[in-house]
Design a protein around this ligand. Structure first.
Ligand code: URA
Length: 244
């Protein structure tokens, strides 16, 4: 890979800015001064230093965000803010995208990555990755609803959902619940409650596959997944794949 491309990919500036840095003699490759933007480097083998600092090259980025309400789970939109707008430039440079979608008014766990293969695995309907949501429901959620959800419910378009685990956390005119689903149909949780005559007034995703939302993340904050979490996500999928 070209040296200027590597440095630009790593967030050290645009290709033009990086060329200036190179010209200024601030970059070394394997201890030798490197001024030629076209110099070929192997990020896995060559030691690239910039301003005396080692450049740790990596291809993939894995982020967990606590998505706030009011932003779209999309990479760009002509008129509205997206989750990508919440990223620091040094993370946005990897061009991550959201793994699936949360509605504009839904909060909580959203993964962002540029690892297309992992994203595809997590979203594939065949892989049945679990997603758990906390929700506040207008109306009294009952044991009958729990039973109906456990059989899967008929949505308004005739689709019968896969079984879902519904737990009543607090029962009242406004009920707190947790629901675990294995699909990702459009507005799925809202439509499942609509099918039993109830309305979701607040929705937050609290886990995806093996990953719980890090409660230390304020709304709009994000962090990189740890190596262990990445292994869990990938490993979980490999285990699931073996079963099929
Ligand atoms: N179900 C919904 O209705 N909305 C979401 O954002 C996610 C699941």
């Amino acid at each position: 890979m070209r040296l200027d491309k590597l440095l630009a990919n790593m967030g050290y500036g645009t290709r033009t800015e990086v060329k200036k840095i190179l010209k200024g003699g601030n970059v070394k490759v394997n201890d030798a001064a490197a001024k030629d933007p076209k110099q070929q480097v192997d990020p896995a083998k060559d030691e690239v230093m910039i301003f005396g600092e080692r450049v740790e090259y990596r291809e993939f980025i894995y982020l967990m965000m606590n998505k706030p309400q009011g932003v779209l789970s999309a990479t760009e939109d002509a008129s509205q803010g997206t989750v990508i707008d919440l990223l620091e430039p040094q993370d946005a440079v990897f061009e991550p995208f959201p793994v699936g979608r949360l509605d504009k008014d839904t909060e909580g766990l959203l993964l962002l990555t540029n690892d297309g293969q992992l994203s595809h695995q997590l979203l594939s309907p065949k892989k049945h990755v679990t997603k758990t949501y906390f929700a506040v429901i207008e109306g009294r959620v009952t044991e009958e609803d729990v039973e109906i959800f456990s059989q899967g419910v008929d949505l308004e378009d005739g689709y019968h959902t896969k079984p879902a685990i519904l737990k009543i956390v607090k029962q009242g005119d406004l009920s707190d619940i947790e629901v675990t689903i294995t699909e990702g149909k459009y507005h799925q949780v809202k439509r499942m409650f609509a099918s039993v005559g109830k309305r979701v007034v607040y929705l937050k995703r609290i886990s995806m596959g093996p990953l719980p939302l890090d409660e230390d993340l304020e709304l709009g904050e994000y962090r990189e997944l740890t190596d262990e979490e990445i292994t869990q996500l990938k490993g979980g999928q490999e285990e699931e794949n073996k079963k099929k």
